[in-house]
Design a protein around this ligand. Sequence first.
Ligand code: CO
Ligand code: CO
Ligand code: CO
Length: 324
Amino acid sequence: MAQVLRQLNIPENPNLIVGSATGDDAAVYKMSESQALVVTVDFFPPIVDDPWFYGAISAANSISDIYAMGGKPFLALNIACFPSDLPIEILSEIQKGGQEKAAEAGVIIVGGHTINDEEPKYGMAVIGSLEPGKEVTKSGSKVGDKLILTKPIGTGLITTGGKQNVVNKLTMDKALESMSLLNKDASEAMMDVGVNSCTDITGFGLLGHMKDMMTSSGVAANIYSSKVPILDGSLELAKSNIFPDGTNRNIDYVADLVSWDPSLEDHMKLILCDPQTSGGLLISVDESKLELLIGQLGKSGNNISSVIGDVVDLEGQFHINILP
Ligand code: CO
Ligand code: CO
Ligand code: CO
C-alpha cells in the first residue's frame, strides 16, 4: 500500500485484524474463526519496454503484498490506464503478461477496469486468504532474529540504466527474471517454518522497508552490506551515478536512523536505498529456525535467500547500523 494512504482514517472494526495503522502490505479481515481475507491493490507506469514483462512484473508485484502477509492469493481484478493513441495490442500484451503470471500464482482474474490516460498504468487488486492469527506483519521482529532477503536488489538502477541504453541485454534479462519471479515459494517456505515478521521490498528500497519493520516492531538492526545480494550490473551503475529519482527520497527517509560505517563507499547508499519493483521478501526469523528456513527457501531453487543482518536491541533509540 502506498504511504500516503497510511493517513487514511479507518473506522474501528472487530473483524479488521490488520488495517492501515501499521503500514502493513495488505489489510486482513476476519470472515470466520477459520478464514480471513487478505486484500491489497498496486499499480504503476511501465518500468520496462517489453509489454508482456511489464504486465507480468506488475502482477507479481501486486500479488506479492498477499505473500508478504503469508496469505494465499486466489482472486484479482485488473486496473489499467491506457492512452487512446497507442495501439490496443500493447494493452492486450500487458494484460496477457499479467494473466499468465496470475495463473502461475493460482490467481484467477475475474474482471477489471480500464480508463483513458496519457501514460499507461497497470496493476491489480488482489484477494487472498489465511487462517486468522497466522498473518505475518511488520511488527513482530524480535531481538536476536536473523534478517533474510529472498531476492537481489538493484532493479531501480538497472531499469533506469535501461532507459538510458547503458545496460546490456544479459543484465536486463536477469533483472526482468528477478522482478517477474513470484514471492510464492518464499512465502510458503516462511509459513511452513513460522517467522516473526515479513514485508516485501518495493519503492522505499531495502532500508526504507527495513525502517518500517524496525520501527513498528520496536527494535534496531545491524546490516552487513557485503552480504546483501545485488543484481549483476547494478554496482557499476551506482558507481557511475546512474540511479532513479526515488533514491534520494529514500535516502532522506532513512537518514534519521541509519548510520553508515565510515569505510563504506558512497555508492552503497544508492544500492541499499534503490527503489525496487517487485522485490523479494525481507523476513525476520528466530535464530533457532534459521537453518530450517534457509533449507525450505532453497527447495524451489528460485530464491537466493541471503542472511543480511541481525535484529538488535534499541538501546534507547531506533537505529540501523550499516556495516561492511
Ligand atoms: Co505494494
Ligand atoms: Co508491499
Ligand atoms: Co506484511
